[in-house]
Design a protein around this ligand. Structure first.
Ligand SMILES: [Zn+2]
Length: 475
């Protein structure tokens, strides 16, 4: 628990009676504040597996056959003028499971006194990235050697992540933060546009259907000598251009590489905003992946040429888990008929769930869903949400909280798809009975999932935007 406030300034002002002295004091304080400013630290680590851990994200065994480029994990540490800190981790991982990120959060608390509300561990959802822990565990055939490799690699990544965050904190140095927004259009709502029809629709100049978020939010970190230390950018789209066996970062990997080639001393970092129901279409060819990466990099470059908005050096953070109930927890009667299901994922899941019941385990009725709110100055709000959030969440919260709002999915925990009420009512892949794919003990979320998440987001944003100096910042 941490308390935020600026009570020092208020108290000093109260004891000054003379008008001139008040003015001088205020002037002195404001120059002191702007002189202190932000501090930022950047660090990075290669995460390309050296052992043949399989590629993650499609429901098959995919042993790696080489790499197009390295995979990365990156950290941006920020400290405001009163010493409040946050660390944003971005990565080319497909899905970080709770079992892994919780180990990182525990170690960051012990070693660097970073509380849960101060760290967001995001992953791009790159489907040319490696398996981790028990993420999507029923997607893959069980082979003992592979189980061991995944365990070893995951443990190595926990260690590497903690070390990298330590480096980003050691690198904290004065910086200015600015933001802007660009646009690129390759994301397609995959629920509303059959993949096979998209090339013809695009060629005919016909409009595609369904909600999308084509915005490219950009945050720059600039040193006092004018050097660009980091550029963070987001886009709402699945990194599923490719489905082959070669390590690469898919379109976000190509975008980051291109930006770092254009700006050799800069670390480029990507967050998947709310791309749960968005695909890069058409796809499946390396040229298309490079093209989408280039489109995204160009959108970021365009923003860098614009007049950017400075972000004032104050930071308020809040975090909570909100309980997301399942519609119905499965029991033996649900599982038994599925043991011989022709769908291998469903059959593996049913067998694993039944073993748990045999061991006397009781399935929880809900899942603890992580939600963050970070307010940077008065200008930028970062809402961080676990798992595969559909685009409706970004569109809704940007409307409700205004310009400067980033809505990031894929934070802290892979969990499952997170449908909006609309998508839940419609059903289908992201909204229907598919929680089993992620190893959850149920088929569907309860129908009020959006209401519960929105209530949590509003509660946390209320805290970080509150003028009450003693607002608790959560777990
Ligand atoms: Zn996905």
């Amino acid at each position: 628990m941490e308390f935020l406030g600026r009570t020092g300034l208020t108290t000093r002002r109260q004891v000054v009676c003379c008008l001139l002295a008040t003015v001088l004091m205020a002037w002195a304080s404001s120059t002191q504040v702007s002189a202190a400013g932000w501090k930022a630290g950047v660090a990075r680590a290669v995460i390309t597996p050296e052992n043949p851990v399989w590629l993650a994200g499609y429901g098959t065994k995919r042993a790696p056959d080489g790499k197009l480029h390295d995979l990365w994990m990156k950290a941006l540490a920020l400290e405001d003028d009163e010493g409040h800190r946050v660390v944003l981790i971005t990565s080319d991982f497909q899905g970080v499971p709770k079992g892994m990120s919780d180990q990182v959060f525990v170690q960051l608390r012990m070693r660097f006194q970073l509380e849960r509300h101060q760290v967001m561990f995001t992953f791009s959802h790159n489907h040319c990235g490696p398996r981790l822990g028990d993420d999507l565990v029923d997607y893959y055939p069980v082979e003992d050697e592979q189980v061991k490799l995944v365990e070893e690699y995951t443990a190595l990544m926990v260690e590497a992540c903690v070390a990298m965050v330590g480096e980003s904190l050691s690198a904290l140095a004065p910086a200015t933060l600015q933001m802007g927004q660009g646009k690129t259009t390759f994301a397609v709502n995959r629920r509303n546009n059959p993949e096979a029809e998209v090339p013809d629709l695009l060629a005919a100049g016909k409009p595609l259907k369904g909600p999308v978020d084509h915005s490219v939010p950009v945050l720059t970190v600039t040193r006092s000598d004018g050097k660009l230390a980091a550029v963070l950018f987001g886009y709402a789209c699945h990194p599923t251009t490719l489905s082959f066996l070669t390590w690469c970062g898919d379109y976000p990997g190509f975008a980051q590489l291109e930006l770092e080639q254009q700006h050799p001393e800069t670390t480029a970092m990507f967050v998947n905003t709310c791309g749960g129901d968005q695909n890069p279409l058409p796809r499946r060819r390396v040229e298309l992946c490079q093209k989408y990466g280039h489109m995204l990099a160009v959108a970021v470059e365009d923003v860098l040429q614009q007049q950017l908005e400075p972000i004032s050096p104050s930071l308020r953070t809040a975090f909570e888990y909100v309980d997301l109930p399942y519609l119905k927890v499965v029991d033996r009667a649900d599982l038994n008929p599925l043991l011989a299901d022709p769908n291998a994922i469903r059959a593996r899941w049913a067998a694993r769930m039944r073993q748990k019941l045999d061991r006397g385990e009781k399935f929880p009725a809900s899942y603890p869903y992580p939600v963050h709110a970070w307010q940077l100055g008065s200008e930028m709000l970062v809402i961080g949400m676990g798992a595969e959030t559909v685009v409706d969440y970004a569109l809704r919260f940007k409307l409700e909280f205004g310009g400067g709002t980033w809505v990031c999915g894929y934070a802290d925990d892979m969990i499952a798809y997170i449908p909006s009420r609309r998508v839940w009512e419609e059903g289908g892949y992201e909204g229907g009975s598919n929680l089993y794919e992620y190893g959850r003990p149920a088929f569907r979320w309860a129908g009020d999932i959006e209401d519960r998440i929105a209530a949590s987001v509003h509660r946390l944003v209320g805290q970080v935007r509150s003028t009450n100096d003693e607002t608790p910042t959560g777990e």
